[in-house]
Design a protein around this ligand. Structure first.
Ligand SMILES: Cc1cc2nc3c(=O)[nH]c(=O)nc-3n(C[C@H](O)[C@H](O)[C@H](O)COP(=O)(O)OP(=O)(O)OC[C@H]3O[C@@H](n4cnc5c(N)ncnc54)[C@H](O)[C@@H]3O)c2cc1C
Length: 405
């Protein structure tokens, strides 16, 4: 029997698994798919924690401001290359070169160096999918009128066969290349060549406050690449990218690795279809595998199936249902609003819980299942898009579930 089974291996489920494994618990994560982290930009948004914690029923109100801080500190210990100052937003570049504020970012993505740049050089890898250098340049010019902005196109021998047949190079392919030994040698050469070219036109890089913008590096997860970048004579600022994002994907892979290193078991590619309950206690989850059902028993369970986007809530024209335990859902009376980028009430759909994250009956505090905890996007009463707290709620609830298993 497992100490804990976590259903869903996205940000919330993996964090719960890591924390519980660290505490010496035997944990199994069962996950149908990869989770929304692979689509996210890899930065963690916390939103205005104090204000949201004062909002009745919001997950931050249940968890408390201190616990949200604790989970942020915990994440920073797991990922020392992330930075963020509590209560202050960091700035990163969107895939189109405009600024975006967020809570915690890999250091390489922090765009603060651009604020007083006098010259910005945008590195433009040939054939990179969903990368639009002229649009980025136009935005950089608009946002940093103090600086001259130029595009520096380059191509890599490694991808010549791809260029030749017009095959786009995904951000992830470039990111993998930059982390290889050959990639590190090439990037050093490329940036040193750029430094020399600048010097040959009688401009000393250091005195002119040059900043280089480089898409798709993901240096935060590679010490060798970070070292190589620290040796060039100007700051290099990375960019976020459109989904699937190399940074989000690398964060996901790293979380999985950390969980496994701690002894956790991860079953990816198959989902929980049924559960066995006795009164208010869950005993088993049932997973279809190789044409037959396999049962897994545990003392404690975590529901981390990611809401509508993750597959944890199924919505049809007739009804909405939680797909694993059949738990009751909070469903706003009004679903959508006409304003495309405005508030969409359905985002707040989810499961209502008590302070221990256990599901409660609608309109009362009665706990429905004593040994099940609900985390991340499965929780009711929050909106990651409007409140900019997607990563924060997932980290804080995942951390608490990991403590409680
Ligand atoms: C496109 C996009 C961009 C985003 N960008 C950001 C950002 O920049 N910053 C930020 O802070 N947040 C961002 N978010 C929000 C953030 O990623 C999510 O809030 C957070 O990752 C949700 O985590 P989760 O673990 O609750 O769900 P998910 O990551 O969706 O994970 C749910 C997991 O459960 C699995 N699952 C579902 N049903 C079953 C089943 N029956 N059995 C087993 N497994 C099952 C799914 O396959 C999936 O792996 C973004 C989200 C999206 C969708």
């Amino acid at each position: 029997m497992w100490d804990g089974i976590i259903v869903g291996g996205g940000l919330a489920g993996l964090l719960a698994g890591i924390r519980a494994s660290e505490r010496g618990k035997r944990i199994l994560i069962i996950s149908e798919g990869v989770g929304s982290l692979t689509y996210s930009s890899g930065v963690v948004d916390f939103g205005d924690v104090r204000r949201l914690a004062g909002q009745e029923k919001h997950p931050y109100a249940l968890l408390g401001e201190t616990l949200v801080h604790t989970s942020a500190d915990y994440f920073q210990v797991l990922f020392p290359d992330y930075e963020g100052e509590w209560g202050r937003n960091q700035e990163v570049l969107t895939p189109l070169g405009s600024p975006r504020r967020c809570g915690m970012v890999p250091k390489g993505l922090n765009a603060k160096a651009l604020r007083d740049a006098q010259r910005i050089v945008l590195m433009a890898p040939e054939g990179m999918k969903d990368f639009f250098p002229e649009v980025i340049k136009a935005n950089l010019v608009k946002i940093h009128p103090q600086a001259s902005v130029e595009v520096y196109p380059f191509r890599l021998e490694r991808f010549e066969p791809w260029y030749a047949i017009g095959k786009p190079v995904m951000g992830m392919d470039y990111a993998k290349f930059w982390r290889s030994d050959l990639g590190i040698a090439v990037i050093k050469d490329l940036l040193n060549r750029l430094a020399q070219e600048i010097n040959t036109v009688q401009r000393i890089a250091g005195s002119e406050k040059l900043v280089v913008v480089f898409p798709g590096l993901v240096a935060g997860f590679s010490a060798s690449l970070r070292n190589a970048l620290s040796e060039v004579p100007f700051p290099v600022v990375e960019m976020t990218s459109f989904p699937p994002s190399a940074c989000g994907q690398t964060l996901y892979e790293t979380l999985k690795r950390k969980f496994r290193v701690l002894g956790g078991e991860l079953l990816v590619g198959t989902g929980v279809k049924r559960v066995e309950l006795q009164g208010k206690v869950c005993h088993k989850v049932i997973v279809p595998s190789k044409g037959r059902d396999t049962e897994f028993s545990a003392r404690s369970f975590v529901l981390a199936t990611g809401g509508i986007f993750g597959g944890g809530i199924e919505v049809t024209p007739d009804a909405s249902r939680e797909t694993v335990f059949g738990l009751p859902l909070f469903i706003p009376s009004e679903w959508t609003r006409a304003e495309f980028l405005g508030e969409q009430p359905y985002a707040r759909m989810g499961i209502e819980v008590d302070r221990d994250l256990r599901p409660i009956a609608s309109g009362s505090q009665e706990v429905i299942l004593e040994n099940v905890r609900v985390v991340g996007r499965m929780l009711a009463h929050w909106d990651p898009w409007l409140e900019h707290c997607g990563g924060g709620v997932s980290l804080a609830s995942g951390w608490l579930a990991g403590e409680k298993i």
